[in-house]
Design a protein around this ligand. Structure first.
Ligand code: PMP
Ligand code: GLN
Length: 395
């Protein structure tokens, strides 16, 4: 115990308390409510992938420190995936880095590439670890707000606002598509404009593409690194958690040029050094699953999106139809409510469901005040039951 008046938590982290996901999952546990808050599936991924992990454990593969950049099998599988899906060619030995989930990839990228005082542009609502990692790196976050567009029924990027946000101190654009929490998938035109801006202003780009396989209704995920001039300035991040429904394994990765990956690895080696040995072998196998796995997973999720979306509309929410991720953002104004955080704290008591207030993902206190996010990566019977419960809210 210190007697000094100085706060224990340093200034960079002072504004960050418990994450909203931990807060809301704890609320789900203590109330027994259905947890549509934190984004994790309630069914594990493919049996053969689980078996691959068991085999690796039994065979003693990865039970001791794996190589710092990740096991060669996984680095090769990641490189093959980028080539097969997107035509992006990366050398598995020098241009791929395995991380402890996308979370560590984000932290290591920002800690490596941001100098104290540098400005980092990120969309708001933003995934919560972005703000914390920019702060840990000593950077300044500059939000650009995605706004719901009446005609398109989706959250859209204002390219002029993005251009205006760039200053001489801007170091990096932190992009996320498909976007958590809004479910927006940036279009080819939007991405091309971001790429042009990055090249014109000579900016680095870190792009979080963990929901790359979770796109619906013909939406196409296009990696930013595929645009002209982008390969050499882009760190691409993905993770096995969302694509293969093993969020607890925490296997993620980074792809980029040798220079970028070396920089990120320098930070990463002092964060965890390495992690998840046996799971790395299993995810190497998962990445080689046939297209039918990815197509089936997507079709299943799309159906779940519609199931929960219909339930939310029937219950009286305004629903923004997501074209990617496994989240639906809604607006609670039809209930005469304006404060999403208060609404979410009371929701378990009112109807036995837990959700996430998007308001905590904004710097602008007005921008997302009445937005609430629901996860649909749950069993059908759970989604049906949640829909029945939510009807109790009737405006
Ligand atoms: N980025 C985004 C946009 C996310 O939603 C998440 C949550 N899973 C992560 C990164 C973290 O991924 P991981 O669990 O692989 O660390
Ligand atoms: N990405 C998950 C979500 O958005 C949460 C992961 C976490 O709790 N850090 O719900």
């Amino acid at each position: 115990m210190t007697s000094s008046a100085r706060p224990l938590l340093n200034r960079r982290l002072a504004e960050f308390g418990t994450t909203i996901f931990a807060e809301m999952s704890a609320l789900a546990l203590s109330t027994g409510a259905i947890n549509l808050g934190q984004g994790f599936p309630d069914t594990d991924g493919p049996e053969e992938v689980r078996e691959a992990a068991v085999r690796a454990l039994r065979d003693g593969r990865g039970n001791q420190y794996p190589p710092g950049p990740g096991v060669p099998e996984l680095r090769t599988a990641v490189a093959a995936h980028q080539l097969r899906r997107y035509g992006l060619s990366y050398d598995p030995d020098t241009e791929v880095l395995v991380t402890a989930g996308a979370t560590e990839a984000i932290a290591a990228s920002l800690l490596a590439l941001v100098e104290p005082g540098d400005e980092v542009i990120a969309f708001e609502p933003y995934y919560d670890s972005y703000a914390a990692c920019i702060a840990m790196a000593g950077g300044r976050r500059v939000p650009v707000t995605l706004r719901a567009h009446e005609d398109e029924g989706r959250f859209r990027l204002d390219l002029d606002e993005l251009r205006d946000a760039v200053t001489d101190r801007t170091r990096l654009l932190l992009i996320n598509t498909p976007h958590n929490p809004t479910g927006t998938v940036l279009t080819r035109e939007e991405l091309a404009a971001i790429a042009e801006l990055a090249v014109e202003r000579d900016l680095l780009v870190v792009t979080d593409e963990v929901y790359e396989h979770l796109v619906f209704d013909g939406a196409e995920h296009v990696p930013l690194a595929t645009f002209p001039g982008m390969r050499e300035r882009t760190v691409t991040i993905s993770s096995s958690g969302k694509t293969f429904s093993f969020t607890g394994w925490k296997v993620g990765w980074v792809t980029g040029t040798q220079e970028l990956v070396t920089a990120v690895r320098t930070a990463k080696q002092y964060l965890t050094y390495v992690s998840a040995g046996p799971f790395q072998y299993a995810i190497a196998e998962a990445l080689s699953l046939p297209d039918s796995y990815f197509d089936g997973f997507r079709a299943d999720l799309r159906r779940k999106r519609d199931l929960l979306g219909d339930g939310l509309r029937t219950a009286g929410f305004e629903v923004y139809q997501p074209r990617g991720t496994y989240f639906i953002t809604t607006d609670i104004t039809p209930f005469g409510e304006k404060d999403a955080h208060r609404f979410c704290r009371a929701l378990p008591e009112r109807c036995g469901v837990v959700a996430i207030p998007n308001s905590v993902f904004y710097d602008d206190p007005d921008a997302g005040r009445s937005q609430v996010r629901f996860a649909f990566c749950k069993r059908d019977d759970v989604l049906h039951e949640a829909a029945v419960r939510l009807r109790r809210l009737a405006p």
